[in-house]
Design a binder for this molecule. Structure first.
Ligand SMILES: C[S@@+](CC[C@H](N)C(=O)[O-])C[C@H]1O[C@@H](n2cnc3c(N)ncnc32)[C@H](O)[C@@H]1O
Length: 295
């Protein structure tokens, strides 16, 4: 962790962010430490205002008067479920359908034709969306798959979608998206594979039967154990490790390698880079291929 440590006790007790609740540097360091320990996310002090505004709601909901009380509560045995709320409040879940569209073009033209042929020959095809947020990424993979192989759901083809945050996993599993969220989905794919639903009083789009059958959602912390047994033909881990420090990022890349099939692809976010070039080679913009002979 690279968070600056203030020197004097007086300075550490001063308000770091002015507002309704006292929020000191010690409180910030304590929250940053918990987030790093739980999720691998490294918070720099420049995020202090963001932490304050996201957690002030939690303090209000719990009727607490200061961040010191909050830190004591989430750090203690009574605060286990609130620690999960804290994590959910502090993770960034921004996502959208067909984000970084070049990855889906690459998947469609360079990867899926071979995988579709394998599926039709009764082979196994697996893709992992690691850090899937509210589901737009795995469903974009599913739509790309259905474009290439319309009866994909009949074969042994599965997309695993995982995230540390149970709220986003539940949203993904529900598979209901606003008209605005579905805007980036090409109309032909939307009309064929998605269905009109109501979200309360609003018209929305729901994922169709085939999309649902292809994608399975699970809660999974990338810092913990990965229970998956089989290998993946492609892993999407995009805009997730950007919040981790470099050693943690490097550890994630090296854990992905043995989980990929020979020549398997790894797609990362626009500002992320895979550093383990002993195992991976570049195969396009922020796209990597497991090197031959690597396992
Ligand atoms: C910015 S979103 C990216 C979503 C999607 N991959 C995309 O590119 O649109 C980052 C996601 O990573 C998840 N995340 C953060 N730390 C994680 C961890 N340690 N294990 C699993 N998921 C994590 C967050 O909950 C969040 O949903």
């Amino acid at each position: 962790m690279t968070t600056a440590v203030r020197s004097t006790a007086g300075e550490r007790q001063k308000a770091l962010v002015e507002g309704e609740f006292l929020f000191t540097n010690d409180d910030f360091l304590s929250i940053a430490r918990m987030l790093y320990d739980d999720a691998g996310i490294a918070l720099s002090e420049s995020k202090a205002s963001l932490v304050y505004s996201r957690l002030a709601k939690r303090l209000r909901a719990l009727g607490l008067e200061s961040f010191r009380d909050y830190c004591q509560f989430v750090g203690g045995s009574q605060g286990v479920s609130e620690r999960q709320n804290m994590l959910a409040a502090l993770t960034t879940n921004v996502t959208r359908y067909f984000r970084e569209p070049h990855h889906f073009e690459h998947l469609k033209t360079r990867v899926l034709p071979e995988l579709a042929a394998r599926a039709k020959a009764r082979g196994r095809v697996r893709i992992w969306s690691a850090g899937c947020s509210t589901g737009q990424e795995p469903y974009s993979i599913a739509l790309t798959m259905l474009e290439v192989l319309p009866d994909a759901a009949q074969y042994d083809v599965r997309i695993l979608a995982t995230d540390i945050d149970p709220n986003v996993v539940a949203t993904g599993r529900a598979g209901v998206y606003s008209n605005e969220a579905v805007q980036p989905v090409p109309a032909a794919l939307r009309d064929r594979w998605m269905v009109r639903v109501k979200d309360g009083a609003r018209d929305a789009w729901g994922t169709g039967e085939e999309m649902r059958r292809l994608v399975s959602f699970r809660e999974l912390n990338l810092m913990g154990n990965w229970p998956m047994k089989g290998r993946f033909d492609a892993i999407f881990c995009r805009n997730v490790v950007i919040y981790f420090d470099e050693p943690t990022q490097a550890r994630i890349w090296s854990r992905f390698a043995p989980l990929l099939t020979p020549g398997g692809r790894l797609y990362v976010g626009h500002s992320e880079r895979v550093t383990d070039m002993a195992k991976f080679e570049t195969d396009g913009l922020t796209t990597y291929r497991l090197k031959d002979g690597t396992s």
